[in-house]
Design a protein around this ligand. Structure first.
Ligand code: GDP
Ligand code: ZN
Length: 291
């Protein structure tokens, strides 16, 4: 009889599936790994008992995904948590804007967590993104400030953290997953990244409910590698842009006459850094179309 579960870990040809009866180790049904689709943590899978190995299962199908990412290899992310900081290493707002677009275009919620607020107040950045319509919170892995709020925001969802090396992703993960205790690092100029890049992703259950991918960060922070967005849809990922009020319905908000977005940039209703990020991402989205 077939049953369904959540794939939380893949390693060495085995797949660990969270089922109603607990964790079940499965292998994929022979032929071509389920028609060429590699099962990923976060996949809802169908399995049945392995007739040849008591206590093991066989994966027979994967439910359609709402999204899938590479490095971390994870499917069906509900929420992308971007860790930023105004302390060292100060986050480039462009990265925040880019990842919010990646989340939106992938059908994920986006949560901005500003860490290290014990060192520098994040009030201004928090306000900026709050005013744009994003969920944003200030936290400190050092003092525990904001941790309860963060736990609340992760409850019941499959989340993954991302952000530059050194912003405190591992420190926060260790606080959220008390059993994990991964090694945090001082910021190394030589080995800016690479500490975690070879490990396989795994979903860790949160103490309340929900899961968080244990691999902090994306190996690639190149927009076009993470997601494909049609140029004409990009402005929809900027919730504070009044794109519906432009004279032309196909306005790309560069320098078209009657552009409500350009007007709002001029009157400073739209923050200059947000406008710059939009134009930069628009170029990337357009360059992809030219091929
Ligand atoms: P990751 O590269 O994003 O995983 O960052 P780590 O968690 O390894 O942290 C990088 C450095 O920042 C370490 O030295 C941490 O102790 C430090 N750190 C992390 N969070 C905080 C914080 O909230 N406040 C302060 N003062 N230091 C922090
Ligand atoms: Zn416009």
């Amino acid at each position: 009889m077939s049953q369904t579960g959540l794939l939380i870990r893949a390693h060495g040809g085995f797949f660990d599936v969270e089922t109603e009866a607990g964790m079940l180790r499965c292998r994929a049904r022979g032929r071509l790994h389920l028609d060429g689709i590699e099962p990923l943590p976060g996949d809802r899978v169908v399995y049945e008992a392995d007739p040849h190995h008591a206590g093991f299962g066989i994966l027979t199908d994967i439910a359609p995904r709402k999204n899938a990412f590479i490095r971390p290899n994870v499917a069906n992310l509900d929420q992308l948590v971007f860790i930023a900081t105004v302390a060292r290493p100060e986050t480039d707002p462009y990265l925040i804007d880019m990842m919010s677009v990646v989340a939106d275009a992938s059908g994920c919620e986006f949560l901005l967590c500003i860490n290290k607020t014990d060192l520098v107040s994040a009030r201004a950045l928090e306000e900026l993104y709050h005013n744009c319509g994003f969920e944003v919170m200030s936290v400190s892995a050092a003092t525990g400030e904001g941790l309860e709020q963060m736990r609340e925001a992760l409850r019941g969802k499959i989340s993954a953290m991302t952000g530059n090396s050194g912003v405190g992703k591992t420190s926060l993960l260790n606080l959220l997953l008390p059993g994990l205790q991964r090694e945090t690092g001082e910021i190394s100029p030589k080995h800016g990244r690479g500490r975690h890049t070879t490990r396989l992703t795994e979903l860790f259950p949160l103490p309340d409910s929900g899961y968080v991918a244990d691999t902090p960060g994306f190996a690639s922070l190149e927009f076009n590698r993470l997601v494909t967005v049609e140029p004409e849809n990009l402005a929809d990922c900027f919730p504070e842009f009044p794109s519906g009020r432009c004279r032309f319905p196909d306005c790309l908000h560069r320098s078209e006459p009657g552009c409500a977005v350009r007007m709002a940039v001029e009157t400073r209703e739209i923050v200059p850094s947000r406008s710059r990020s939009y134009l930069r991402l628009l170029q990337d989205a357009q360059s992809l179309k030219e091929y």
